[in-house]
Design a protein around this ligand. Structure first.
Ligand SMILES: Cc1cc2nc3c(=O)[nH]c(=O)nc-3n(C[C@H](O)[C@H](O)[C@H](O)COP(=O)(O)OP(=O)(O)OC[C@H]3O[C@@H](n4cnc5c(N)ncnc54)[C@H](O)[C@@H]3O)c2cc1C
Length: 83
């Protein structure tokens, strides 16, 4: 008798801030599928917000698409952005 192939566990991370991204990066290479959920479609590097407010940086220098960042993780196949 053959058993059905086991699907890898799916890890769902809510929030693609510093904590959520670190969790996703830390799981890179683990035999799991990762779903990262955020209400925005981009990660915001909050500590540099004031530099945008003072026109020292462009917004594109402190915010990156979550899907782009998640592509760095082996199992990170899914980014869900909720409104
Ligand atoms: C202007 C500024 C400067 C700062 N400077 C520093 C500094 O110099 N050094 C330092 O250590 N810390 C600094 N901080 C604090 C630091 O940015 C936070 O401690 C850090 O972002 C917390 O990380 P986090 O992952 O817990 O939350 P966040 O980075 O805030 O991420 C939370 C994520 O969850 C998402 N989310 C929230 N609710 C929902 C929901 N209901 N559904 C879906 N998604 C949701 C948000 O969209 C967000 O992407 C600063 C903060 C600010 C605002």
């Amino acid at each position: 008798m053959t058993s059905a192939p086991q699907e890898p566990h799916r890890v769902v991370i809510v929030g693609a801030g510093f904590g959520g991204l670190e969790a996703a990066f830390g799981l890179a290479g683990a035999p799991v599928k990762i779903t990262l959920i955020d209400r925005r479609n981009h990660h915001l590097f909050q500590p540099l917000l004031y530099q945008v407010a003072t026109a020292s940086l462009a917004t594109s220098e402190i915010a990156w698409p979550i899907r782009y960042l998640l592509a760095r993780t082996a199992g990170g196949d899914d980014a869900v952005c909720q409104r």
